[in-house]
Ligand binder design. Structure first.
Ligand SMILES: CC(C)(COP(=O)(O)OP(=O)(O)OC[C@H]1O[C@@H](n2cnc3c(N)ncnc32)[C@H](O)[C@@H]1OP(=O)(O)O)[C@@H](O)C(=O)NCCC(=O)NCCS
Length: 176
């Protein structure tokens, strides 16, 4: 389950596999193809680029407390997207984040990566997957709704929605 080959809507073959430290070298090309607007939707703050220090932090996660998967284009080896899930204190739930190469949006990769992450969270024994999504991010909110997430206003941050998926509500046939 940790590694899986998937096919996008237009037939592109993509490998989903755990993120490794060595993958830091794939980030500059990836980030060069992510718009500043998409970075803002992911990090909730205006930014034009991620510093090498930040990339270093992203690849050095503790696998006992977090999981991160990347999508690699089979034909080129390029990094197409990253989804991650960091366990909350207590260990029953985790918070996800996802970012894709901007030109690939709408090809079905986000959907496949979310399902991959949710299946791995369930396999790990987590009970809840949750995330924060900007209210303006309608694509993400619609996708979350279709994936079965409950959506509510964030009580602490204006303009932010909390999306919550109790994993017991996800039928096995809905997952890869
Ligand atoms: C939000 C984001 C991850 C979505 O990924 P994406 O690859 O563009 O989305 P997808 O193509 O997988 O899904 C989009 C649509 O296809 C649907 N879909 C895709 N594959 C599907 C499948 N196999 N079965 C059913 N529905 C599917 C989705 O529900 C959605 O519905 P729509 O086409 O009717 O709008 C991506 O746009 C992104 O990286 N945005 C910038 C960063 C960001 O916003 N991150 C989220 C912050 S938490």
């Amino acid at each position: 389950m940790h590694t899986r080959e998937v096919t996008l809507l237009e037939g592109e073959k993509v490998l989903l596999r755990p993120l490794k430290v060595d993958d830091a070298k794939l980030y500059p090309d990836f980030l060069a193809h992510v718009t500043s607007d998409d970075l803002r939707l992911r990090f909730f703050a205006p930014m034009r680029e991620l510093s090498p220090d930040m990339v270093d932090k992203l690849v050095h996660y503790d696998p006992a407390k977090a999981m991160a998967f990347i999508a690699i284009e089979q034909t080129t080896g390029r990094l197409l997207g990253v989804v991650r899930l960091h366990d909350d204190d207590g260990g029953d739930s985790g918070e996800f984040a996802i970012l894709l190469r901007s030109r690939l949006k709408g090809h079905g990769l986000g959907w496949l990566m979310m399902k991959h992450m949710i299946a791995n969270a369930k396999e790990k024994g987590l009970k809840i997957v949750r995330g924060q999504v900007l209210t303006e991010n309608l694509t993400m909110l619609q996708m979350c709704e279709e994936l079965g997430f409950h959506i509510a206003d964030d009580t602490l941050e204006r303009g932010v929605k909390q999306v919550t998926l109790p994993l017991e509500e996800v039928p096995p046939e809905a997952l890869p």
